[in-house]
Design a protein around this ligand. Sequence first.
Ligand SMILES: NC(=O)c1ccc[n+]([C@@H]2O[C@H](COP(=O)([O-])OP(=O)(O)OC[C@H]3O[C@@H](n4cnc5c(N)ncnc54)[C@H](OP(=O)(O)O)[C@@H]3O)[C@@H](O)[C@H]2O)c1
Length: 219
Amino acid sequence: METKIVLHNSVSLDCSFIGFHPNMDLHYRIVNHYKPNIYLAGSNTARSGIELFGKMLPDETANDTQKPKKDKSLPFWVISDTKGSLKDLLHHYRRLDCCRDLVILASKSTPSDYLKYLDERHYDYIIAGDNFINYKSALKELITKYQSSTIVVDSGSILGYILLNENLIDEISLIVSPEIIGIHSKNLFGELKTKINLSCSHCEKFPDGNIWITYEVKK
Ligand SMILES: NC(=O)c1ccc[n+]([C@@H]2O[C@H](COP(=O)([O-])OP(=O)(O)OC[C@H]3O[C@@H](n4cnc5c(N)ncnc54)[C@H](OP(=O)(O)O)[C@@H]3O)[C@@H](O)[C@H]2O)c1
């Protein structure tokens, strides 16, 4: 199966992925434009999302421990979390209307009590890699198991640069916000090990000054 893997981020003009005011409505409209079957994020991103709504986090109920029956056109949300840092928190995401269900990427070093937590709640998981995830094999298994033609990666810089370093990204989608962060900026691509050649495939300006640019990764 031909699968496109898109790295999607909002950034400031100086390419910071934090410390600015992203247009979240536009950010998710563009995620939906790709119609992904898989929406992938790192554990730091998933935790920061929960912290944003922390005080309103509902307690888990018996309903949350069952696999939800939702529209099959919705994407699976996949979170890489080898250390089990989202234990007791996953029901927050399982409840979201836009999430078909969660799939966790784990490794051979993932604590057994986390795997037990996942098993007891019928969360799917994939074990790939000894310590950290081996993304090449994890993505291969995800694509086969969930018949995925489009994967959108919406994460912070770490997961993005790991996938770029491993040549696993086909397209980069950036929403550039009209702000410069300067000295406090954290460059989205600051940890890349290799130079990556791109070909610009789309550029669109929105009334609030945000610009959406997409690039194909030349392989
Ligand atoms: N501007 C945007 O568009 C945007 C989008 C999303 C998030 N964010 C922001 O980004 C921040 C979080 O991003 P982040 O860069 O800290 O982290 P992240 O990309 O969310 O998560 C890092 C992931 O990489 C994995 N990892 C770390 N080292 C690895 C290695 N050597 N090999 C394989 N996998 C490895 C971790 O796995 P383990 O869990 O297994 O350790 C973790 O799942 C938050 O502040 C969030 O708000 C911004």
